[in-house]
Design a protein. Structure first.
Length: 363
């Protein structure tokens, strides 16, 4: 072995040499196989200790979705956390520039287009943020409505997050192509095709146009009920078509031809089941007072309540009145039931049907 190689070995194993000669380079070479492995084992243990220390220092905090989903069974959470989905599931604020008489028209429209593009960019980014929150939630794969015997149940926040993420991901490919083709003209095009846009990318004018069309269609359906020889009951088969029109479950083309969709019965049944489950979660989660203003508006829309031009206090009162009318017997604010039994669920659905076909308060 060359001299320089021996010097390198001596430098590496210098802690094993003693002045009395009890440990030599030969004794290290002729030791047992177990002693040969000692430096490797020692190094492995040191790496494990280092990795353990690093994991303690660099451990990332839990996301909001993880905290809500993992701790709600053992510790009570604020009602606003369990009832309201993340704000990223709703459209971001749209800050439009004000037109100054001293500035040029080109400059104004340039900043206007830039503001819309920033809005759409933020909305698209929110879709992927919501998808990440959904994947981090332990209840992302839990069935809803929950199956009998389930040990954990998603909160209203979890249910709405999943529903809105699925809707937005379905609209994203078409909207992305529309955004590339139209560019700054996208805000004008989406007014012609408002339902092609994800929820997080809907501008205020677009949302108002959808609400105006829904309320006009609902009012026309209620006006047609006044010409019936007998009042429409919730159990009548014709009630399914009215419910679909009132909740916007079918295309308006069926109204023009004067027919109900052949899928009205199944669409109405699924919609009523969702509303009944949502009503129960709101009652159990703290009531209407725990909902933020934006979610109050959306909850009223889901139940066929007109929202345009109404103050938020009036909408809260109408939503609370809805929950009172559709509550099953024995359900109170002090004794709410999120997981309705079969009989209680049927009773709640029947009451919802009666409220949706009722002409009380309709013009």
């Amino acid at each position: 072995m060359p001299l320089n190689a021996g010097l390198r070995v001596a430098r590496v194993h210098s802690p094993f040499f003693k002045t009395n000669g009890s440990h030599t380079l030969v004794s290290l070479v002729t030791t047992s196989p177990a002693s040969k492995q000692w430096p490797i084992i020692s190094r492995t243990n040191s790496l494990r200790r280092a990795a353990s220390t690093a994991s303690q220092v660099k451990e990332a905090p839990k996301s909001t979705s993880e905290v809500v989903s993992s701790e709600r069974l053992t510790s009570p959470l604020p009602a606003s956390t369990t009832l309201n989905p993340p704000a990223s599931t709703r459209p971001p604020p749209l800050d439009l520039p004000t037109r100054d008489s001293s500035s040029s028209t080109f400059k104004y429209f340039y900043h206007l287009g830039k503001a819309y593009m920033t809005f759409y960019k933020t909305g698209i980014s929110a879709i992927f943020t919501n998808r990440k929150l959904l994947s981090q939630s332990p209840t992302a794969s839990a069935p809803w409505p929950p199956i009998p015997g389930a040990t954990s149940f998603p909160t209203r926040s979890d249910v709405l997050l999943r529903r809105r993420v699925r809707h937005d991901l379905g609209c994203l490919p078409t909207f992305f192509v529309l955004l590339i083709v139209c560019g700054e003209l996208t805000p004008l095009v989406v007014l012609l095709f408002p339902r092609l846009t994800p929820l997080t990318c809907r501008i205020p004018k677009q949302a108002d146009a959808l609400r105006r069309a829904s309320e006009a269609r609902r009012a026309a359906s209620f006006r047609s009920l006044r010409y019936r020889p007998t009042p429409l009951q919730g159990s009548d088969p014709a009630a399914n078509g009215h419910i679909c029109r009132a909740l916007g479950l079918t295309y308006s083309l069926w109204d023009k031809v004067g027919l109900d969709s052949p899928f009205s019965a199944s669409l109405a049944r699924r919609a009523l089941e969702k509303i009944a489950a949502d009503d129960a979660m709101i009652r159990e989660g703290g009531g209407v007072e725990a909902l933020v203003d934006e979610e109050v508006v959306l909850a009223c829309e889901d139940r066929g309540i007109d929202v345009l031009g109404k103050p938020i206090d009036e909408l809260r009162s109408q939503l609370a009145d809805w929950l009172r009318k559709t509550a099953p017997e024995g359900t109170t604010s002090e004794n709410p039931e999120t997981n309705l039994g079969e009989s209680a669920q049927k009773e709640a659905i029947e009451k919802i049907r009666e409220v949706l076909v009722s002409l009380d308060g309709r013009t």
